[in-house]
Ligand binder design. Structure first.
Ligand SMILES: [Zn+2]
Length: 173
């Protein structure tokens, strides 16, 4: 884990990922969102968690971005792309990211932070263990967490697991 001070451009992408996580929560899905950005800084694709609305526990946004990238980008474009994501990739998504040869990952909250937040809430452990991305994809450049975003993200996860959803909360609030 290496705390980072994102640049203004990086922060915009991270805030968009967090807004997508809030959108997921409002829809009844788990609060996770991700943005795929090309080498030139242009947003290429984005998605949010859809595990409940699509009744498929593998519909994580990080995995959807891998699918998009393998369909639309060359090997070099994938390697030069960055994924900004509200939460550190789970092992499934980290492995898919690694197999697809995607580039850097910048996450707002770590898997370890999420594990702590869920333990505080008494949420049962998930069937898949949380691991740092680099334990799954050792050669990958990974940056995070971003302390400035932690409170908002913790609030989204508390909302999801306590039913105090952020329905009244507008993106960016
Ligand atoms: Zn995942």
């Amino acid at each position: 884990m290496n705390l980072i001070e994102p640049t203004a451009a990086e922060m915009r992408h991270l805030e968009r990922a967090v807004d997508l996580a809030a959108e997921a929560l409002r829809a009844g899905d788990e609060p996770f969102g991700s943005v795929l950005v090309g080498a030139d800084g242009q947003v290429l694709a984005e998605d949010r968690n859809r595990v409940h609305t699509l009744a498929d526990r593998t519909r994580h946004p990080e995995f959807e971005l891998v699918r998009w990238a393998t369909a639309h980008l060359t090997e070099r474009q994938r390697a030069e792309a960055t994924v900004y994501t509200s939460g550190e990739h789970c092992p499934m998504c980290a492995a898919a990211h690694g197999w697809a040869g995607l580039g850097r990952i910048v996450y707002a909250h770590s898997a370890a932070q999420l594990t702590d937040w869920l333990a505080e809430l008494g949420v049962p452990a998930s069937p898949v263990r949380c691991l740092p991305i680099q334990e799954v994809v050792p050669g990958l450049e990974v940056q995070g967490p971003v302390p400035a975003l932690a409170d908002r993200l913790r609030g989204l996860h508390v909302g999801f697991h306590t039913g105090r959803s952020a329905k009244g909360q507008s993106p960016g609030s």
